[in-house]
Design a binder for this molecule. Sequence first.
Ligand code: NDP
Length: 283
Amino acid sequence: GYLGFFLLIAALTAYMWRDTFDPESVRGARVLITGASSGIGEQMAYHYAKFGAQIVITARRVDALKKVVQKCVKLGAQKAMYVTGDMSDPADPERVFKYAVEKLGGLDFLVLNHVGNTNVELWKGDADHVRSLMQVNFVSYVQMAAAALPVLETSGGSIIVVSSVAGKLASPFVAPYTSTKFAMNGFFGALQNELAIRKSNVSVSILILGLIDTESAMNKIRGFTTMTAYPASEAALSIIKAGATRQKEAYYPWFHYFTCLINNIFPFMKDILLSSLSAENMD
Ligand code: NDP
């Protein structure tokens, strides 16, 4: 009985997660990717380029952006351009967005991916850092979404937001970061529901990522965890696929669906885990 039930659930899950991605659906698509000067955003730019998309990338570092654009052109992007912007400046999200729409003549995918710098450490009472990280990691996402919705309505386009397991599980040592990701999941989750109520043709995809082997992440977690980090290029591709197939929520690696599920069903497991940690070693 139980085994049958389990197999049924497993079969349903596998069916729901089957790969229905058609690369043709992103050929020629007009895409704006934030935080694309390095890491997962950079890898997304390369995948979109190979699929023949028209791309605008943004971040702060102009030299890095230029290099990514050059590589995108080589890989086959129909168009590849960059615009610098600092998402801690409240004026920049809209300015960057307008630039992209002007250059691309509209937009099909808005990929929100950038994150501000933050330390991996116990929270020692810095409220100002939380406020400024909220602007970079969260408020700027909302500002871009606000600018994008009317444009995406005309193209039947999509917003893709890159979130984290830290947006589902309150993660120690990254309290400011985990807060911004919870805010993101809350806001864009509510937006998904409102778009459904309005029968909008705009989709929102929320990506829940586990540990990914980007340089910045690897530098930060050194000494904190021996958890396996998954490849940025694969993470990038799974984000693009989830967006193109208009999935509401997707997990990479896939098993983090169960990490989040199990945490919600058995909250006391977390207490057992935490009791094995000592804050004294973490300073
Ligand atoms: P990186 O640090 O490699 O890249 C961050 C990007 O954001 C860079 O392009 C950076 O460019 C840009 N950025 C930083 N600050 C600003 C700013 N103030 N204004 C504009 N752009 C800015 O991050 P990852 O690739 O590792 O992460 C990408 C996404 O994936 C993030 O949303 C992250 O939360 C999520 N994620 C990552 C995980 C991981 O383990 N790597 C795990 C779970 C989620 P520049 O410095 O040029 O401005």
